[in-house]
Design a protein around this ligand. Sequence first.
Ligand code: GLN
Length: 543
Amino acid sequence: MATRFIFITGGVVSSLGKGLSAAALGALLQARGFKVRLRKFDPYLNVDPGTMSPTQHGEVFVTDDGAETDLDLGHYERYTGVAARRSDSVTTGKIYSTVIGRERRGEYLGATVQVIPHVTDTIKEFVQAGLDGDEDFVLCEIGGTVGDIESLPFLEAIRQLGNDLGRARTLFIHLTLVPWIPSAGELKTKPTQHSVKELLGLGIQPDILLCRCDRPIPESQRRKIALFCNIRESRVIQALDVDTIYAVPLAYHAEGYDREVCAYFGLETAEPDLSRWQEIVARVRQPEGEVSIAVVGKYTSLLDSYKSLAEALAHGGIANNVRVKLDWIDSEIFEKEDAVHHLEGVNGILVPGGFGERGAEGKIMAARFARERKVPYFGICFGMQMAVIEAARHLAGLPKAGSTEFGPCEDPVVGLMTEWMRGNTLEKREVGGDLGGTMRLGAYEAVLQPGSRVAAIYGSTRISERHRHRYEVNIGYKRRLEEHGLVFSGMSPDGVLPEIVEIPEHPWFIGVQFHPELKSKPFEPHPLFTSFIKAALDQSRLV
Ligand code: GLN
């Protein structure tokens, strides 16, 4: 069957969970037996979100092929299990740099280069580029809210695609808000009407409306929306708030969402098998216990900056049938006060990825606390590097140990890769001269030491995980650290770059140079997270 394109726009306000809703529809279509791919089109001018602060835009999600992308791609992977690719993340910056590159190379043959058709043609090209060809559905989420100046070229491009590909192969879904107004005691449909009007003004008549609401939309209101928005009533789908994000596919299905999408395309399938989601939701709703994990980081002001991490921890809880309570602790507090009491009583400590010196000493203190008090410790990327510095200083007798990320230091146990390391171990991947893409990005293999804790956890001695970092643990200190109990149990296949460290004498102390949280899924929790939560659970039973 020819690939069909579903375009998802958002209206009224941002933060309605468009990414999650696209991901959930992807999961439903998949459960009906279709092959899906999800894509994100972001109207901002950054070429990719790699240069954006996580406290502004949330986490940077990294794909296997080394692209730094919007966090919505994380939702797509978590709901469908389909590994996202570089070509699934497009921004205005990427479009414009392509167009300007072509213009500079004279490819437009003297034409005046314009938003229409050159920018819109390039957007249309990106919508259809890099596909396998056998996808049944490509779901394209358009970032931003209808009415934004920046979104206009994207909306124009998808309007054109509706004509180019024909309405039998294109579907427009619009996500809106139907707010409850307490003083009127009513759900209001006007914002939705206005948003649809705005879309219509751009030539797009939505085919399905997905209406976020905090209580059921009465039949009369639904009829009103259908009437004023020129949409069949059955295609006005209510998207009621749910208690767990993993209930969204089930809730949508109950409202007939996937049925309407299939009906639009004239497709008939058996009812989808949603037992996977039922099982997950049952576990989330009825945990058999609780563990508390302290996450000691510095982007705690915006929890979206640790989106995949929070999800992966929840997955570890699902695997162990427990609720995972997260204590977000700003690492800087350890530097200002005697704040160790914040860590008393937690069942596990996790130091996530991060950049820069601010808050680093606090993370080192947290690693020390975990090591000395025998509290399960999970260090991810920066969190591994800080654990190595801690062990060097307090176990291996190197008080001046540090990372060159913070400036020159006497014992650089963490430092930049030297050219020979880079040449030896890494494929050359888009290492540009600018700030974008200068890191070790994407999937790399690691070899695990037989008999190590991590080899047991993975059930394998060869793994592949995603990376995003500039600095590496310095192999020059391997012997010394190992003599003092910090074992390098995972290395790059050529043995040059440390990938995992662990302390065998500790109940659970593991640091990894990569980001395992990026590959965890609710129906396939990452083994490191499953094991970490299990260790935290064991710890909770001790106290
Ligand atoms: N700042 C460190 C580096 O660049 C760690 C990066 C991270 O945690 N993602 O190596």
